[in-house]
Design a protein around this ligand. Structure first.
Ligand code: PEP
Length: 249
């Protein structure tokens, strides 16, 4: 099965009205690609980016969402709020959410469930720490993180879920996994899903994230189980991000 590549930019807590205007305009000029190009601004800028990207090939993602529907949850943002801004994807379980804000596998699974119920496609982020890799726990950790979601929403739901494998030691560190290391883990994740449903496993898009740059993306995208990239730092630079998009074909 041919899976469309996705190149997604996670802008994290960066940007201003002005810098975002420049960045989006830069991307609009050159983002034609066979890959789906996704950008994830922080919440205050969703409206601005939704307006700037209307009728373009750029797709919008949110960086997080509440598992709750509405009410007394100060500082949180609900799925129904995101629905007002043309959002298609929501990053769920990014390692910064897991490590800095204590998001457990179960909370991540609840957020995935809330997204699916509202018609969003979750980008489920998984990945091991350096200590876990050194203890040869990489595959076990990734399987555990995926299994928590399977247990909550079922395997068929993965037809609408994108997985982003992001080794924690590679995020924001400049230390990218090699294309072969990424392939090894992606293949293992797909094999795990195949044990539950061959057809779901064949279709699920698995992105790699962790210090992806234009210079490393071409080799990464030749790997058979790498279906694109989730890009942090390099997505804040229009030229660098466009070069990664170009490498995706
Ligand atoms: C990320 O935050 O999802 C990420 C992969 O960041 P970076 O590319 O900066 O490592």
């Amino acid at each position: 099965m041919i899976r469309q590549k996705i190149v997604a930019g996670n802008w994290k807590m960066n940007g201003s009205k002005e810098s975002i205007l420049n960045l989006v305009n830069g991307l609009l000029e050159g983002s034609k690609s066979s890959a789906e190009v996704v950008i994830a601004p922080s919440f205050p800028y969703l409206s601005q980016v939704a307006d700037l990207t209307a009728n373009s090939q750029l797709t919008l993602a949110a960086q997080n969402v509440s598992e709750q529907a509405k009410g007394a949850y100060t500082g949180e943002v609900s799925c129904s709020m995101l629905a007002d801004f043309n959002v298609k994807y929501v990053l769920i379980g990014h390692s910064e959410r897991r490590s800095l804000y204590g998001e457990s596998d179960q909370l991540v699974a609840e957020k995935v469930k809330a997204c699916l119920a509202s018609g969003f496609k979750p980008m489920l982020c998984i990945g091991e720490t350096l200590a876990e890799r050194e203890a040869e726990q990489t595959i076990a950790v990734c399987e555990r993180q995926v299994a928590a979601v399977v247990d909550t929403v079922g395997i068929e739901a993965f037809k609408d879920i994108v997985i982003a494998y992001e080794p924690v030691w590679a995020i924001g560190t400049g230390l990218s996994a090699s294309a072969q290391q990424a392939q090894e883990v992606h293949q293992a994740i797909r094999a795990y899903l195949a044990g539950l449903s061959a057809s779901v496993s064949e279709g699920v898009q698995i992105l790699y994230g962790g210090s992806v740059k234009a210079s490393t993306s071409a080799e990464l995208f030749t790997m058979p189980d790498v279906d694109g990239a989730l890009v942090g730092g390099a997505s804040l630079d229009a030229k660098e991000f466009l070069d990664i998009i170009k490498a995706a074909g």
